[in-house]
Ligand binder design. Structure first.
Ligand code: AHR
Length: 490
């Protein structure tokens, strides 16, 4: 069968918020410590303690926004312990993740420095679960107050004269679980209470993000929207792709068969239904779509790599993860009217990571390359599409999204989920005359191929020439188990 795609370019009007390509870095395992922070005295080349190889790699994928310090860690984090001279900082036990003791050397100043080095916007998750209102208020004051005040004076004493620009602030994380085991009614009240004391200073305007639901907990969304929609800018949603049916047996990151491949991709496609249903509830209370849906945790979650600390969530990343990333990013692009930010979990050494480090070595993952290919969609206009696709078992064989950038170029990202069969596709391009097609592909010989420290380039994108223009039609073939980027130039 021929798959058919129609691009209604003249109807493109919704901007794809670049923050859909956001990331998340928690104090968890080797994400912050080792993944980013090695300290100024480390032999690993670094800038003020942050490793250079990771900065350089991440700058290539244009990270627009970075969420920190958690995750579950956020509702146990007391920010005052992490500012001031490093040798005087108190330690903290990371109860959620391995029970390890941290020296608090990576705190607010170091995170803001990381954001500067990456040229990314900070998104801070505040502590509602175990922190006080005053503590949360003072953190925002510390970061953003531009006049004379106890907190801005303290910031200056600690070496930072100017306030930072801080837009995104989360009022708690997973407060239905690790963030305090609350009922939505109770959290909604607490949210309204805490957010009252988050102040805008000078030109800095805080975008307040309330803790949202996970998976299909639609009741949480309903209650939060009914009770507090007028007091929030964003509501979060968390969903992880876990192939196994039991938490104790999530499945291996690298050792899987075709059936697990299928189950994983089917579960990744479920994100579309989740967003549709949560958005429908949001529409009921907010038809003008003033409140953004912020998918601030998503990605694959497998059993940890054998021999590693179970609390550190270190996992490898194969071609399967590339497909999961491509599917999610296509879904987010398609829901650009409501989804204004998404943050993959997590950037380094944890869950579906971009980079993996081993002391002084660093490699990038297949997921990293998907972000690199898809960055063309950032701030481009989403093109409404009509797709007629074959099926791969019970799910669509193809996942697609498309956008038009300021130069008038059209970018189409297509995933072929089928592990065995290519997909012939004919694309009708309305409203532009394209003369040139450029294509890139990410695929590999085996479904579980991945990059290792011994073989870092096993999976990486390549040029691709299986497409051509036939009048107003773009005709070609998407190989099995691949992610393809097509760029149409005038
Ligand atoms: O990303 C790992 C954990 O997953 C986060 O700490 C938590 O918010 C979620 O349950």
């Amino acid at each position: 069968m021929l798959n058919k795609l129609i691009l209604n370019i003249e109807q493109a009007k919704e901007k794809i918020n670049k923050n859909i390509y956001g990331h998340f870095a928690e104090h968890l395992g080797r994400c912050i410590y080792e993944g980013f922070w090695v300290g100024e005295d480390s032999e690993i080349p670094n800038t003020r303690g942050i490793r250079n190889d990771v900065i350089e790699a991440l700058r290539e994928i244009n990270i627009p926004v970075l969420r920190w310090p958690g995750g579950c860690f956020a509702d146990e984090y007391h920010w005052k312990d992490g500012v001031g001279p490093r040798e005087e900082r108190t330690t903290i036990v990371n109860n959620h993740w391995g029970g390890v003791t941290e020296n608090n050397h990576f705190g607010t100043h170091e995170f803001m420095d990381l954001c500067d080095l990456l040229d990314t916007e900070p998104y801070i998750s505040g502590n509602l679960g175990s922190g006080t209102i005053r503590e949360m208020q003072e953190w925002v004051d510390y970061m953003t107050h531009d006049g004379e005040s106890p907190m801005s004076d303290w910031r200056k004493e600690n070496g930072r004269k100017e306030p930072w620009d801080l837009k995104y602030f989360g009022v708690g994380n997973e407060n239905w679980g690790c963030g305090g085991n609350m009922r939505p009614e109770y959290y909604a009240d607490k949210y309204k209470n805490y957010q009252t004391y988050i102040n805008d200073h000078g030109d800095n305007k805080i975008f307040k993000i309330a803790c949202g639901s996970h998976d299909s907990n639609y009741h949480w969304t309903e209650v939060l929207m009914e009770e507090a929609a007028d007091k929030m800018d964003g509501l979060s949603l968390h969903y992880y792709t876990v192939p196994g049916d039991e938490w104790e047996n999530k499945g291996s990151a690298t050792d899987f068969d075709q059936n697990e491949w299928y189950i994983t991709l089917k579960k990744a496609m479920y994100m579309d239904e989740l967003i549709t249903k949560h958005s429908t509830i949001m529409d009921k209370y907010d038809p003008e779509k003033k409140v953004a849906l912020i998918v601030d945790e998503w990605g694959t979650w497998y059993d940890v790599e054998p021999g590693t600390n179970p609390g550190f969530l270190y996992q490898q990343n194969t071609l399967r993860d590339a497909l999961v990333a491509g599917i999610h990013l296509n879904i987010f692009n398609q829901h650009a009217d409501r989804v204004k930010m998404a943050n993959i979990a997590q950037t380094a050494n944890v869950l579906q990571a971009m980079v993996l480090t081993d002391e002084e070595d660093m490699i990038v993952t297949p997921t990293y390359y998907v972000f690199k290919m898809f960055k063309v969609h950032q701030e481009a206009l989403q093109i409404p599409i009509y797709l007629e696709t074959e099926k791969y078992k019970e799910i669509p064989k193809l996942s697609v999204s498309a956008s038009k950038n300021e130069q008038g170029e059209v970018n189409i990202t297509i995933c072929n989920l089928d592990p065995e069969n290519e997909a012939k596709i004919e694309t009708v391009i309305n409203a532009i005359k394209a003369n040139e097609v450029e294509a890139k592909i990410l695929s590999s010989d085996n479904l579980n191929d991945h990059n290792t420290f011994e073989n870092p380039d096993k999976v990486k994108p390549e040029g691709f020439d299986k497409f051509s223009m036939e009048g107003q039609k773009l005709v070609g073939e998407i190989p099995s188990s691949s992610v393809v980027l097509l760029t149409l130039k005038k």
